[in-house]
Design a protein around this ligand. Structure first.
Ligand SMILES: Nc1nc2c(ncn2[C@@H]2O[C@H](COP(=O)(O)OP(=O)(O)O)[C@@H](O)[C@H]2O)c(=O)[nH]1
Ligand SMILES: [Mg+2]
Length: 405
C-alpha cells in the first residue's frame, strides 16, 4: 500500500445492483493511481491537463480484467477528480474499491468531512454528479459527464452576453431549455407502447426488442389478455416497452378492463408503435381503433411478417394514418429482419439520435434548471443585468462550502 495521504475514493451511486456504478477518486496522486489500474483502449494514459475526455478501457488487477469502464478526468482548473463509470454489480464495485484502497486511495464515506457528497465546480456540475446516482445507461453517464464539465462554461458565456447581445443570449438559452425534454427521456427513460390488431405480431416484436421471451406468442387471436411492461437498454436509451392486448371487444369484463388499462398506458407513452400484419390487408378504421387522437406525438408504423408475401404497400395505408406516422418499417419480428432499422427509428423518434442530437451538446437536465432558465428568459427583455445574475447565481455559482477539494 502507498503511504501518501489525501488520496481517497468513494462510490457516488447508491450501493447495490444497478446498470452503472460511479466511483470517484480524488487526491494528489489520483492520476497515477488510476493509471496503474486502468488500461485505456486508446493506449494513452490519463492526463490532468487534457481537455476533459471520456476514456474507454478496462480496470485490471494484474492479469485479470475486472470490468470495462468509462473514465472521466475533471476539467483543468477544477479540483482533480477522476470518475470511473463501471457496471453496477456489488462484487465488481467492491473489487474496484478494494484495488483503489490497496493503491492508496482509501474509501471515504459521505460524512468524512472531505466536502459535499455531490462534488462539482458549479451548480450544474454538482447536479450532474447527483443525477448520476439514478442513471441507467452508459449513454446517460456520458451525457451527464459531458454536461458536468462543459455546461457551466456555456451558461457563463450566455450570461456574459446578456448585456451586449440579449437576442443572442435568449436564443442560446432557449436552445438549452429545448434540450430538456430529450435529456429527461435519456435520464428518466422513455416509454414505448406496442399496439395493433390481434395476431399482428405485437408480442413477438415485444420479445424481439427485449431480446428474450416475456410475452406469450400464439396464432390464437386474443392470447395477450393483459398489458406487460419490461425495461430494456436500447443502444443507451432506457426504455420501458409495453405490450398491449389487441381487441377491446373480445373477452369478458376482466379482459376488457385489462385491455382498457393497456390502452391508457399506450396513450400516455412517449412513443407508439402500431404493428400491422404485412401479410393481411390493413383492417378498416385502423387509426381510429388503435391511435387515439390524444396519443403520443411520435408514431411508428410497422409492417410485420416481412418474411411472407406482402399483402399491401405503403400507399394502401389510410391517409390519416400515413400522415401521423413518423416512419414505416417492414420487419419480421420472427426472423429479426429490419429490427436494427426499427431500433434506430425508435431512437430518432424520441429525439435521441440523428437530427442533431448528441450527448456532447449542452443541455439543461433538471426541471429546476429549466425554471431558472425560463425566469432568466423573461428577465432578459426587461433587465439583462437581472437575467445575467439569475443565470450565474441560479445555475453556475456554488454556495460557499458546497465545493469538493
Ligand atoms: N411469419 C411470421 N409470423 C409471425 C411474425 N411475427 C409473429 N408471427 C406469428 O403471428 C402469430 C401472432 O403473433 P403474436 O406475437 O402473438 O401476435 P399479437 O397478437 O399481435 O401479440 C404467431 O403465430 C406468431 O408466431 C413474423 O414476423 N413472421
Ligand atoms: Mg400478444
Amino acid at each position: 500500500m502507498k503511504t501518501t495521504t489525501g488520496n481517497r475514493s468513494r462510490l457516488l451511486t447508491p450501493p447495490g445492483v444497478g446498470a452503472i456504478a460511479v466511483i470517484q477518486v480524488a487526491g494528489p496522486d489520483a492520476l497515477s493511481l488510476v493509471n496503474d489500474l486502468f488500461r485505456p483502449k486508446s493506449g494513452r494514459p490519463l492526463k490532468a491537463l487534457a481537455d476533459s475526455r471520456l476514456r474507454y478501457g478496462e480496470i485490471i488487477d494484474g492479469d485479470e480484467v475486472l470490468d470495462d469502464v468509462i473514465v472521466n478526468v475533471s476539467v483543468p482548473g477544477a479540483p482533480l477528480t477522476i470518475d470511473i463509470c463501471a457496471h453496477g454489480g456489488v462484487r465488481i464495485v467492491e473489487r474496484i474499491l478494494e484495488l483503489l484502497s490497496q493503491a492508496g486511495a482509501a474509501l471515504a464515506g459521505p460524512d468524512d468531512g472531505s466536502g459535499d457528497a455531490w462534488p462539482g465546480t458549479s451548480r450544474v456540475a454538482s447536479d450532474a454528479a447527483r443525477v448520476l446516482s439514478r442513471t441507467k445507461t452508459k449513454l446517460a453517464v456520458r451525457f451527464l459527464a459531458w454536461q458536468r464539465t462543459h455546461l457551466a462554461d456555456r451558461l457563463t458565456g450566455i450570461a456574459n452576453t446578456c448585456d451586449s447581445a440579449p437576442d443572442e443570449a435568449a436564443a442560446a438559452l432557449q436552445a438549452l431549455v429545448d434540450g430538456y425534454p430529450t435529456a429527461r427521456l435519456l435520464l428518466d427513460g422513455a416509454s414505448v407502447a406496442i399496439v395493433g390488431p390481434p395476431n399482428a405480431g405485437k408480442s413477438t416484436l415485444f420479445n424481439r426488442l427485449l431480446g428474450r421471451t416475456s410475452a406469450v406468442v400464439s396464432p390464437t387471436a386474443g392470447t395477450t389478455r393483459d398489458w406487460l411492461a419490461e425495461g430494456i437498454d436500447l443502444g443507451g436509451i432506457p426504455l420501458t416497452v409495453i405490450d398491449t392486448a389487441g381487441d377491446l371487444r373480445s373477452g369478458g369484463e376482466l379482459d376488457r378492463e385489462a385491455i382498457a388499462t393497456g390502452r391508457a398506458q399506450a396513450s400516455s407513452a412517449d412513443l407508439l408503435i402500431l404493428v400491422l400484419d404485412g401479410s393481411c390487408p390493413v383492417p378498416a378504421a385502423i387509426a381510429e381503433s388503435y391511435v387515439a387522437p390524444a396519443a403520443p406525438k411520435a408514431l411508428i408504423l410497422v409492417a410485420n411478417k416481412s418474411d411472407t408475401e406482402p399483402a399491401w404497400q405503403s400507399h394502401d395505408l389510410p391517409a390519416d394514418l400515413a400522415r401521423r406516422a413518423t416512419s414505416l418499417h417492414a420487419v419480421s419480428a420472427l426472423t429479426g429482419e429490419g429490427i436494427a432499422d426499427l431500433a434506430s427509428a425508435i431512437k430518432s423518434a424520441l429525439g435521441l439520435a440523428g437530427s442533431g442530437w448528441s450527448y456532447d451538446l449542452p443541455s439543461l437536465f433538471t426541471g429546476d434548471h429549466v425554471a431558472t432558465a425560463r425566469a432568466a428568459l423573461t428577465q432578459l427583455r426587461r433587465s439583462p443585468v437581472m437575467a445575467k445574475r439569475t443565470i450565474l447565481e441560479g445555475l453556475v455559482e456554488l454556495q460557499v462550502g458546497r465545493g469538493y477539494n
